[in-house]
Ligand binder design. Structure first.
Ligand code: 13P
Ligand code: SF4
Length: 302
């Protein structure tokens, strides 16, 4: 049954000239039918160069928006309507305007996990893999980092010469992991290296052997000579690594590391999106223009 739907999807996307992108947190059967898989930023970059003018994003809403901002001429469809990242919606543009009033001398750095509307109020965007590098390159040494205080704390620790203002926000999935989880699983697998996403709280990341983005974690594990790894990010990364590196062992840092919104897209949703379903991403010209500024600044500095 799964194979039949996959065959239909592959046929239809070829006939209609549609590119399918799947974030690496998506289910394996969706990644199998995608033209490209990867982290959110890499997918948007790939969409720019994709030969087709229609792109289906299997992921969450801000990823499809980023894709549209980078490829305004393309039709971008989120495979399943309603899949959002709760962190991206934690702060409204109005609230950010108020914060900017309190910290007028700060450069506003936004994690890419934000809505396009919020990006219209930001100076520079970053991804988890580029955040440290970009914050270092910003000329201003006062930075208002939104919305993830855990990623922000990690970046601030790497750049002690700058002043960071953080706000209370973050990923409700990664932030559920507690220090005790890290200590318990390390005790169970004392030879394993622990690789952790910076969206986890500092009490967890301080025990990590490596801290990095989704792609950083995958690359580290694939290249490392070590044989055992504790994976501190969404559970599909541990599953994917186990699939591609059968000679190594991967243990999820916590069984709670499951992003429900990333898991809501099914093969049938992709099938329907190929046939007129899903949510087409549309933004006003003003939002497109203003939100692109901080994305383009990220590209210049990254
Ligand atoms: P990436 O930017 O690594 O794709 O991560 C997105 C995300 O939502 C992490 O939780
Ligand atoms: Fe958002 Fe967290 Fe899910 Fe990533 S894992 S999409 S940050 S809720």
């Amino acid at each position: 049954m799964i194979k039949d739907i996959q065959q239909d999807i592959l046929r239809i996307k070829k006939e209609k000239g549609i590119t399918i992108l799947a974030h690496s947190y998506q289910a394996e059967e969706i990644q199998e039918i995608a033209d490209y898989t990867g982290d959110s930023f890499r997918l948007s970059e790939l969409a720019v160069n994709a030969p087709n003018d229609i792109v289906i994003m299997c992921g969450v809403h801000f990823m499809a928006e980023t894709c549209k901002l980078l490829s305004p001429g393309k039709k971008v469809i989120l495979a399943k309507e309603g899949c959002g990242c709760p962190m991206a919606e934690q702060l409204s543009a109005d609230e950010l305007r108020q914060l900017k009033g309190l910290y007028p001398e700060h450069t506003v750095v936004a994690y890419i996990n934000t809505t396009a509307e919020l990006k219209t109020e930001c100076d520079v965007c970053v991804t988890s893999s580029s955040a440290v590098d970009i914050c270092r390159k910003i000329e201003n040494d006062k930075i208002l980092f939104i919305p993830d205080c855990n990623l922000g704390a990690y970046v601030a620790e790497q750049i002690p010469e700058k002043q960071f203002k953080l706000i209370q926000g973050g990923c409700p999935i990664h932030a559920t992991v507690r220090e005790k989880d890290a200590l318990d699983i390390k005790a169970q697998h004392p030879d394993a290296l622990m690789l952790v996403h910076p969206e986890c709280v500092p009490a967890v990341t301080k025990h990590a052997d490596y801290i990095g983005s989704t792609s950083g974690i995958v690359n580290f594990a694939m290249k490392s000579d070590a044989k055992e790894f504790i994976i501190g990010t969404e559970i599909s990364i541990a599953e994917h690594l186990q699939y591609v590196c059968p000679d190594k062992d991967f243990y999820p840092l916590s069984k709670h590391l499951i992003c429900p919104n990333m898991k809501r897209t099914t093969l049938m949703d992709v099938y329907k999106a190929l046939n007129g379903g899903g949510l087409e991403i549309e933004m006003s010209e003003e939002v497109m223009k203003k939100a692109s500024v901080c994305i383009n600044r990220m590209l210049e500095l990254g």
